[in-house]
Design a protein around this ligand. Structure first.
Ligand code: SF4
Length: 374
């Protein structure tokens, strides 16, 4: 069975206004002790991995020496042909770091572009501008990365369709093989959430945001980026293996503050605090703040709820093999309702139903579909 490794680097140069990921402002000493702990954890792991993903936070915010140490420790843990992804942000992705990443076998780069419009970047509180974002992608490609993903956000207040179209047109001209598009959400305890509460901003109408999402699907697919999951689009063969593994509900180990692990049916989440993480590790204490053993039925339902997000949906035979449950029996209350609402359809093989998958409307209301299956 494929097992994946996720490493959380919770440091950023500045906090973006919409962000509720666990991250703190980069501080060299804290980062050095943190990476020390992560390295000792990596060394203690016996498995090797089919996918490794270093996310954050901003992994490229690490000083080059720290980044090099981390990458070096990971090299022996990669299986042959493993996908090795690192997230980077435009402002910190320089020549030196790109060379390090390539030198240590990183073969997929995920760049937090978020927008190719300066006004929108400012509204989101991003540190880079549009020119820098495009330049960082071009530089990474020129230096040798042939699997680059960019993230884009849409649905910012007052955003206009034609501007969003323009951003997508610019994005597909960049040397990228993968695009992730996310609607802006206003998460609790973020500055944008507060701005929403005190009415200094008005969120975009849901219908306009939905139309923008459909625009992304249309433009990206027209330009050869196939939608393979709700928010993800890739050229043929460049789908993210690490995320596909999550959506198959395969096990993964998460290292770092706030990282989640899912091993042997137990889901646990590490404490969200850099100093606390280091302190607990040094004292030999448990790093997880919460942990839950999932029942076989719960695991099966979670598998359905995540796998339905993918373009291919869920094959009944695959599901039975994976979970030991019959999907139609397990979801006998959910499936008819979702079919009736026009959110899913049966997949057909030789005139018989072989599985279920989202319809176009289901892509718009995927959260409803997932929570109904849970
Ligand atoms: S760079 Fe990413 S992780 Fe850091 S604050 Fe911004 S959105 Fe959050």
């Amino acid at each position: 069975m494929s097992i994946s490794l996720y490493i959380h680097i919770p440091f950023c140069r500045r906090k973006c206004l919409y962000c509720d990921f666990f991250s703190v402002i980069y501080e060299p000493r804290a980062a050095a002790s943190y990476i020390d702990v992560i390295m000792r954890q990596i060394e203690a792991i016996e498995e090797d991995f089919s996918t490794v993903y270093i996310g954050g936070g901003t992994p490229s915010a690490l000083a080059p020496e720290l980044l090099a140490r981390l990458l070096k420790a990971l090299s022996p843990k990669l299986r042959a042909g493993a996908e090795f992804t690192v997230e980077a942000n435009p402002e910190s992705l320089d020549d030196e770091r790109i060379k390090l990443l390539l030198g240590y076998g990183v073969n997929r780069l995920s760049i937090g572009v978020q927008s190719l419009e300066d006004t929108k970047l400012k509204r989101l509180g991003r540190i880079h501008n549009a020119r820098k974002a495009a330049e960082s992608v071009i530089l990474a490609s020129k230096r040798g990365f042939s699997n680059i993903s960019i993230d884009l956000i849409f649905g910012v207040w007052d955003e206009k369709q034609d501007r969003w179209k323009n951003e997508l047109d610019q994005a597909v001209k960049l040397p990228v093989q993968h695009v992730s598009c996310y609607a802006l959400t206003y998460e609790k305890d973020t500055p944008l959430f507060k701005a929403l509460q005190n009415k200094s901003i008005t969120p975009l109408d849901d219908d306009i945001a939905a139309a923008m999402y459909e625009t992304a699907i249309d433009i990206l697919s027209l330009r050869g980026f196939k939608q393979y999951e709700i928010s993800n689009f890739a050229r043929e063969g460049f789908e993210c293996k690490h995320n596909l593994s999550y959506w198959e509900n395969n096990p993964y180990i998460g290292l770092g503050a706030s990282a989640v692990s899912y091993v042997g049916g137990v889901r646990s989440r590490n404490v969200a605090g850099v100093e606390e993480y280091v302190r607990r590790f040094d004292k030999g204490q448990v790093l997880a703040d919460s942990s839950e053993k999932l029942s076989p039925e719960r695991r099966a339902k979670e598998t359905a709820a995540v796998k339905i997000r993918t373009r291919d949906g869920i094959d009944f035979a695959w599901f039975k093999e994976k979970t030991d449950y019959d999907l139609q029996e397990l979801e006998k209350r959910a499936i008819p309702g979702l079919l009736e609402k026009g959110l899913i359809r049966y997949k057909k093989e030789n005139n018989t139903s072989s599985g279920i998958q989202l319809k176009r409307k289901g892509f718009l209301f995927c959260d409803t579909v997932s929570s109904t299956l849970l």
